[in-house]
Design a protein. Structure first.
Length: 632
C-alpha cells in the first residue's frame, strides 16, 4: 500500500471533526466521569527531530505510514476497541515478549506450517509496541513482516481472548479499519450525520441502481464499503447479493427483516439456512432469532414461515407477471424439468418488481423447496447480471442446461459420488405422476409426500426398516416425476434387497393398467462392475417380457425384442460399458429419461410403493438377518 498520496492530516482531522461520544461515553459524560477534554482524539504532531530521536533510540527507521502518522498526530486516542491509546514517538518501544509467547507459538509449528505462521511465531521478540493504554491488548508492528513498500504488518493481540492476533498489512490499514469501526459504532446514534455518512448513503443508493441494472459486482463493491462503516440499508442489500451469488450459507439481512414488506422474501431464506444446521435426530431448536428487533406481526409470520420451510410446504409466490412465471416454473420443476423451470424464470426476470426499494432481487426463490435448488450458483450469478425492475442493459450469456439427455447418466456418474450400489426405477406411460399412488402405492397410501430435507450426497433419501412390515416385504421409497416424453416415473436409489430373487414380483403389471410400464433394477458389485440388470415390461395389466442378467447368465420370460436382448446388446462390449449400453438400449426403445438435477437435489415428491416381494408360500422358506449395535 503506497502511502505517499495519503493525507494523514486531512484523514485525522476529518475523524476528529466527525467524532461524537458513543452511547457509553455519553453516559459517562452525563455522570461526570469524563469531560470532553478526556475524549479528544488527536495531539499535536511530532517534529522531525522527535521522530528521528525515536528512530535513533530504537535503532531502526519506522515504517512509512506510521512515520507520516506521527507527523500529523504524535499519538491518538481510540475508542470502541481493546486498544485505548497509541503512544507518542518518545513512548513507543520494543515489546520484548515478556510473556514468552514465542515459545508457545513455536511449539505449534510443524513441517506443514505456512510461511505466515512461522513469521507470527517470531513476531513477539522483534515487535514494536505502540499502545500505552489498553484492555490487556497490544498493538505490535513487526519489522520481520514487511511488504514491497517497506510497510510493517501490525498485529493486535487481545491478551484476554486466547485468540491468534488480528493482522493488518500496515499501520495505515489498521487506522482505516479503526475509522470504519468508529463509524459503525455510531451509525445508529441520532444526528450522526457528516460528510462521510452522506457520501456513503449516496453510494448505497447508487449501488441499488447498479444492482437492478445487472451490474451487481459494482454494486457489491459500493455496498461493502458502506457496510463496513455501518450504514443503514447496506448490510441487508449486500446480504441479498451474497445470498443469490453464493447460496447455501447463513444470511442475516439486518434491519430489512423488521420491514413487513420484505418478510416473505427474506425470512424464508433465513429459515432455510437455519434448518440446514438442524440435525434430523435431534429436537428442533426453539425460537427463530431474526437478528433485529421486530414487531409481533413479523415475529409471528417468521414462526409460521419456519414451520412451512421445515415441512417443505413453503412456496414462493410473488405477485404480478413475475409471480405467474414463478408458478409456471414451479409446475415444471416439481416433476423434474428444472431446465425448463429456469428458462421460464430467466425470461421473466426483467418483469420482476420489488415490494420495496431495498430489495435487489427475488431472493425468496432460494427458500422454495422446489425452485430453490433450481437456482444454482451459476444461475444465481446470471440472475444478478440480468437487468430487472424496469432497468435496461445487456443480458448475460445464458447458463447451459444442467440435465444430460436420456437416462444413461447414472452409469457415467463417478463411482465415488454414488453412495449406493443399486437403484431401481418404474416408468408408466400416459399417466400423470399423481396417478402412481393409485397404481403402485402401498395400502392406505394417502398420495405423494413432500421430498425429505436435503442431506449431502447424490440421492439423499434412504429406507429404514419399518416395524410394521413383514420380514419379506420390500417396499420402495421412490422419488416421483415426469419425463419430457410424458412418462411418469418413480426412482429408488436405496433398494433393501437384491433384485429379481425368488420372491420378487415386478410392479410393472400393476402399473400398466392404462398402458405400458417399464421396470428397471440395477445392482453393482463392490468394484463398480455390473452385477445384476433386470428389465420387465408390461402392458394393460399383463407382463409382456422380462429378463434378469447376472454376470453372463440370463433368465428370460416372454419374447424379449432383439433391440433389448442383453446378449445382442452386449456383444463385444467391455465390462466397464455394460451398464451404459443396456441403459441406452432401454432409453432408445421407449424414449425414457431421468432428470439428474432434480433427483440429486431432492426436489421431487416421494411415494412408498407396495412390496416388490411376495409373501412366501406354504413350504417356502425365507431367511433374514438383523444387526444390532450396542453403543458404550
Amino acid at each position: 500500500m503506497v502511502d505517499e498520496a495519503f493525507n494523514w492530516v486531512e484523514f485525522l482531522r476529518r475523524w476528529q471533526d466527525e467524532w461524537v461520544p458513543s452511547e457509553d461515553e455519553a453516559e459517562e459524560l452525563a455522570d461526570g466521569g469524563l469531560t470532553l477534554d478526556d475524549l479528544v482524539l488527536a495531539v499535536p504532531p511530532a517534529t522531525e527531530a522527535e521522530t528521528a530521536a525515536a528512530e535513533e533510540r530504537l535503532g531502526t527507521r519506522l515504517p512509512p505510514s506510521y512515520r507520516r502518522f506521527l507527523g500529523a498526530s504524535n499519538g491518538w486516542r481510540l475508542d470502541g476497541g481493546s486498544i485505548y491509546r497509541l503512544g507518542a514517538a518518545h513512548e513507543i518501544g520494543w515489546f520484548g515478549d515478556p510473556f514468552d509467547m514465542t515459545a508457545i507459538y513455536e511449539r505449534g509449528l510443524t513441517d506443514r506450517s505456512t510461511e505466515q505462521e512461522v513469521r507470527l511465531a517470531g513476531m513477539w521478540r522483534r515487535a514494536l509496541q505502540l499502545e500505552t493504554d489498553s484492555d490487556m491488548s497490544y498493538a505490535l508492528l513487526d519489522p520481520g513482516d514487511t511488504d514491497e513498500d517497506g510497510e510493517w504488518a501490525l498485529y493486535v493481540y487481545k491478551g484476554w481472548s486466547g485468540e491468534i492476533p488480528d493482522r493488518y498489512p500496515s499501520f495505515r490499514a489498521y487506522m482505516e479499519r479503526e475509522y470504519r469501526d468508529f463509524h459503525a459504532d455510531r451509525a445508529g446514534i441520532p444526528g450522526f450525520v457528516n460528510e462521510t455518512t452522506r457520501a456513503l448513503d449516496a453510494d448505497v443508493e447508487r449501488a441499488r441502481e447498479e444492482a437492478l441494472s445487472g451490474r451487481w459486482e459494482a454494486a457489491r463493491e459500493l455496498l461493502t464499503e458502506a457496510e463496513r462503516h455501518g450504514r443503514p440499508r447496506a448490510r441487508g442489500m449486500l446480504a441479498q447479493l451474497d445470498a443469490v451469488a453464493h447460496g447455501g450459507r447463513y444470511y442475516g439481512f439486518g434491519e430489512l427483516v423488521a420491514d413487513a414488506r420484505y418478510t416473505g422474501e427474506l425470512v424464508p431464506v433465513m429459515a432455510a439456512a437455519r434448518l440446514r444446521d438442524e440435525r434430523p435426530d435431534r429436537p428442533a431448536a426453539q425460537g427463530f432469532p431474526l437478528g433485529v428487533e421486530t414487531d409481533e406481526g413479523v415475529r409471528t409470520a417468521a414462526e409460521e414461515i419456519l414451520a412451512r420451510v421445515r415441512d417443505r410446504t413453503h412456496r414462493y409466490a410473488p405477485e404480478g407477471a413475475f409471480g405467474r412465471a414463478v408458478a409456471e416454473a414451479w409446475e415444471a420443476a416439481r416433476w423434474g424439468d428444472t431446465d425448463t423451470a429456469w428458462r421460464v424464470i430467466r425470461a421473466a426476470l426483467p418483469s420482476w418488481s420489488p415490494p420495496g426499494p431495498d430489495l435487489l432481487a427475488p431472493v425468496g426463490l432460494l427458500a422454495d423447496p422446489v425452485l430453490g435448488p433450481v437456482v444454482t450458483r451459476e444461475r444465481g450469478l446470471e440472475l444478478l447480471a440480468t437487468p430487472r425492475a424496469g432497468r435496461t442493459g445487456s443480458l448475460p450469456d445464458p447458463v447451459p442446461d444442467l440435465d444430460p439427455p436420456g437416462m444413461c447418466w447414472p452409469a457415467d456418474t463417478p463411482r465415488w459420488n454414488i453412495p449406493y450400489d443399486s437403484y431401481r426405477c418404474l416408468w408408466v406411460e400416459g399417466v400423470e405422476p399423481e396417478a402412481l399412488p393409485g397404481l403402485v402405492g402401498e395400502e392406505g397410501c394417502a398420495g405423494l409426500t413432500a421430498p425429505p430435507r436435503r442431506q449431502d450426497g447424490w440421492f439423499h433419501h434412504g429406507t429404514r426398516r419399518r416395524d410394521d412390515l413383514e420380514p419379506w416385504e420390500d417396499r420402495a421409497v421412490v422419488s416421483v416425476g415426469r419425463t419430457g416424453s410424458g412418462w411418469a416415473f418413480g426412482l429408488d436409489t436405496a433398494p433393501r434387497t437384491s433384485p429379481a430373487g425368488s420372491f420378487f414380483v415386478s410392479p410393472a403389471s400393476a402399473a400398466s393398467r392404462y398402458g405400458r410400464a417399464v421396470v428397471l433394477w440395477v445392482r453393482r458389485a463392490h468394484d463398480g462392475a455390473l452385477a445384476v440388470f433386470h428389465l420387465s415390461v408390461a402392458e394393460r395389466g399383463e407382463e409382456r417380457y422380462a429378463y434378469t442378467l447376472r454376470g453372463a447368465d440370463v433368465e428370460r420370460s416372454g419374447p424379449v425384442p432383439g433391440s433389448l436382448d442383453p446378449e445382442r446388446v452386449l456383444d463385444g462390449v467391455g465390462e466397464a460399458d455394460r451398464e451404459r449400453r443396456l441403459l441406452a438400449a432401454v432409453q432408445d426403445e421407449f424414449g425414457l429419461s431421468l432428470p439428474r438435477h432434480a433427483l440429486v437435489e431432492g426436489i421431487l415428491p416421494q411415494l412408498t410403493t407396495r412390496s416388490w416381494n411376495r409373501a412366501p408360500r406354504q413350504g417356502e422358506t425365507y431367511a433374514y438377518a438383523t444387526i444390532s449395535v450396542r453403543m458404550k
